[in-house]
Design a binder for this molecule. Structure first.
Ligand SMILES: [Zn+2]
Length: 231
């Protein structure tokens, strides 16, 4: 294997390594971007829910304020009404009506206090510093990753072109042999053996008979993973 075609195949493998490295990196980036989008959307949805609840509370407060105001209005005019009443029955009815409106004011004001308190709590959670910072951090990370992704995609296309031109430079036979080996044992088909005689892919220690063949420059495959070995 230590002939010219071997060194050409090794060149192909090195160049393909540059491609594969970037492809794998881009896969990880895409995965991370998906996670980021999910987290960002979750935070934004939480915010949207709070805003909807807040709007509902604002409507309720407005309604309650109107109700209390009309009860107060009634009480302001009560004296005038009482003056023109002639019958005792009517007067009693007016008294009942007054009590009802006084009750409406007391209960209404209590309810308004509760509603306003709930509103302040929601406003505070909308302004929650930690959540806002988290959202900003996620958005910044996404922005940086997108920039990086664009750059690596450019590099990837450059490295792919380089691989294609390298393939055109070497003979078809070398290319075919390389592709066949790759199909057989996966990428990378060639792995180095360290000084202890251990396969760089799977860590199997070569039997001394194989190792001495390798040292002599013969073609040796790892008995475990099948990769083509070189020193
Ligand atoms: Zn191996």
């Amino acid at each position: 294997m230590k002939d010219e075609s071997f060194s050409k195949m090794l060149l192909l493998q090195e160049q393909e390594g540059e491609v594969v490295k970037r492809e794998r990196y881009l896969e990880r980036v895409s995965q991370r971007l998906k996670e980021l989008d999910a987290s960002i959307n979750k935070l934004l949805e939480e915010q949207a829910v709070i805003i909807a609840e807040l709007n509902q509370l604002i409507d309720q407060i407005r309604e309650e304020e109107l109700r209390v105001r009309s009860c107060k209005e009634y009480l302001r005019k009560w004296e005038e009404r009482a003056k023109v009443v002639k019958k005792a029955e009517e007067y009693k009815a007016l008294l009942r009506e007054r009590a009802k409106n006084e009750d409406c004011i007391i209960k209404g004001e209590q309810k308004l206090r509760e509603l306003k308190e709930a509103k302040s709590k929601l406003e505070a959670s909308l302004q929650d510093r930690e959540k806002r910072q988290k959202l900003r951090r996620l958005e910044e990370e996404k922005y940086e990753l997108l920039k990086e992704k664009e750059e690596v995609e450019r590099e990837l296309s450059f490295q792919r072109d380089k691989l294609e031109s390298l393939k055109r430079e070497v003979s078809d036979r070398v290319c075919q042999d390389y592709e066949r080996l790759k199909k057989e044992v996966g990428f990378p088909p060639f792995v180095s053996v360290d000084a202890m005689g251990t396969c760089g892919n799977c860590g199997t220690k070569l039997p001394s008979s194989l190792y001495s063949k390798l040292v002599k420059g013969e073609s040796v495959r790892c008995p475990s993973c099948g990769k083509v070995l070189y020193q």
